[in-house]
Ligand binder design. Structure first.
Ligand code: PNS
Length: 162
């Protein structure tokens, strides 16, 4: 039984994240999505960790081998506690590489039994990020298609997109 862990802040989950989660779910017996509280990130997330978990649960309801859980510890400790042996991260353009390379190296230093693997974003989602989506919504632009519909509604309600 191979269990993979897809970690992130997911503030909020985008169609790009969901593509990576679906592809991980097709490769592993079980895929756990770990939602980091990340209170320090960018002045604090827009959505609470409970909201971010609920958004992903709703968007992955059709995937029986995917579960979603919040965490507020070191990633490798969370992986160990949940019995996951592989960390899956999505890679977009080269801009992601430096940060992901550093995290993978540090996680390996913390626990070399947990492997980090990368899945390349499909071209359609290479440009997509949670921060870009929030910026578009904040300025009243449409985020339909960039995030699941229920997340677009929540962004519209919170940031006033149309
Ligand atoms: O979506 P993000 O913000 O790129 O995800 C980053 C995340 C949550 C994977 C990363 O910040 C993380 O692993 N946080 C948990 C704390 C930790 O283990 N830090 C050391 C890894 S370098």
């Amino acid at each position: 039984m191979k269990r993979a862990l897809c970690p992130g802040t997911f503030d909020p989950v985008t169609s790009g994240h969901l593509d990576i989660i679906e592809r991980a779910a097709a490769l592993f017996d079980e895929t756990l999505v770990g939602v980091a509280k990340s209170p320090e990130k960018g002045g604090g997330p827009l959505f609470s960790v409970e909201q971010r978990v609920a958004f992903i649960e709703e968007a992955t309801r059709h995937l029986p081998n995917v579960s979603v859980r919040p965490f507020d510890t070191l990633l490798v400790d969370f992986a160990k506690r949940e019995g996951a042996t592989v960390i899956i991260k999505g890679l977009r353009a080269v801009t992601d590489f430096e940060r992901e390379f550093q995290m993978a190296a540090l996680n390996w230093r913390l626990d070399s039994k947990i492997e980090t693997m990368f899945i390349m974003a499909i071209p359609e989602y290479m440009y997509l990020s949670s921060s870009a989506v929030k910026e578009i919504a904040r300025h009243g632009g449409s985020v339909r298609g960039l995030v699941p519909d229920h997340v677009a509604v929540a962004l519209e309600r919170t940031l006033g997109a149309h």
